[in-house]
Design a protein around this ligand. Structure first.
Ligand SMILES: Cc1cc2nc3c(=O)[nH]c(=O)nc-3n(C[C@H](O)[C@H](O)[C@H](O)COP(=O)(O)OP(=O)(O)OC[C@H]3O[C@@H](n4cnc5c(N)ncnc54)[C@H](O)[C@@H]3O)c2cc1C
Length: 279
């Protein structure tokens, strides 16, 4: 949006759903200017409306590779090659795997990681959320609106989330299970059976849906290492992928504006060698 406002030719690529991680956020209460708070979905709808009104067009496409090209870059996305003089990278984070037996086999059916609740049917069923941070508690609250029951299985003996989230989870009647370390996942009929290590014993819990919120990591496979360095010429990083861990929507938005201003300054001082365009 900032690039569009400055009249700079640009292309914005999104491989999944425009809105990113915030689409999965139940309630965002720390975005400035919205004192009542807002759902992640609604805030992202406002972002998209505002971007649209500034003439930003979102290309649905996965950027699979970036190469240095002349004084700029060549991006490969969905069979197309796109030339650009400068890059703003705001690729966020990828969920970290639990690395337990059965995870792959159940993935996408009974097991998901940080999934937008609107995209997974969960009405009237049992849901187990694995994790003990803000995102786990926030996701549990989202599911509790329609699920029959929601439990949070925490690795630690106490939550790692804000007190406000902890209070809301308690008020919503969500069960919080401390010191439950997930070790195995199996499928039994229409259920997942999760085996947890609890101190010196094992226990199992059955649920129709298991959602892991156990950390995210920076994964920029499409970008050569040299272009991931903080001083890479012509590349400007913003948001969670720059920070290297989950941050906040307001920080990502602010950093996006700063990255765009830095890119514009780079183009002004180095010359805009290539017109952004596809072939
Ligand atoms: C459950 C949950 C609750 C949260 N609650 C809050 C909260 O209350 N308050 C708050 O401030 N923050 C909250 N957050 C954190 C917040 O959502 C993130 O900090 C913020 O969305 C980061 O924005 P970003 O643009 O850096 O990355 P993302 O939101 O991850 O966006 C990156 C986008 O890039 C796309 N992408 C990545 N690679 C490629 C590629 N190669 N080609 C094309 N597209 C690509 C991805 O599909 C994604 O849409 C929450 C997050 C979660 C998961």
């Amino acid at each position: 949006m900032q690039l569009a406002r400055m009249g700079i030719s640009h292309a914005l690529f999104e491989r999944a759903s425009p809105g990113g991680q915030a689409l999965a956020a139940n309630w965002i209460e720390n975005f400035p200017g919205l004192p009542e708070g807002i759902s992640g979905r609604e805030l992202m709808r406002k972002f998209l409306d505002q971007a649209g009104s500034h003439g930003v067009r979102i290309e649905l496409g996965d950027v699979v590779r970036v190469d240095k090209h002349l004084e700029g870059f060549l991006l490969s996305a969905d069979g197309h090659r796109i030339a650009a003089s400068s890059l703003v990278v705001a690729a966020g984070l990828t969920p970290r795997r639990l690395d337990i037996e059965g995870e792959q086999a159940l993935a996408g059916r009974r097991f998901f990681a940080y999934v937008d609740p609107a995209t997974v049917p969960h009405a009237g069923i049992e849901v187990v959320v694995i994790g003990d941070g803000d995102a786990a508690f926030d996701q549990a609250l989202s599911y509790s609106k329609n699920a029959r029951s929601v439990s949070i299985a925490m690795k630690h003996d106490s939550p790692r989330c804000t007190q406000a989230l902890e209070r809301r989870v308690r008020d919503a009647g969500i069960t919080v299970l401390p010191s439950h370390i997930a070790r195995r996942l199996e499928e039994r009929g229409d259920r997942a059976v999760i085996t947890f290590e609890c101190g010196d014993r094992e226990t199992t819990i059955e649920a129709r849906l298991v959602v892991a919120c156990a950390g995210k990591e920076r994964k920029l496979d499409f970008l050569p290492y040299a272009l991931q360095e903080p001083d890479a010429r012509g590349v400007f990083m913003a948001g969670d992928c720059r920070i290297g861990r989950m941050g906040h929507v307001a920080i990502a938005a602010g950093e996006g504006i700063k990255a765009a201003i830095d890119a514009a300054e780079y183009l002004r001082t180095n010359g805009n060698h290539l017109q952004t365009g596809r072939s």
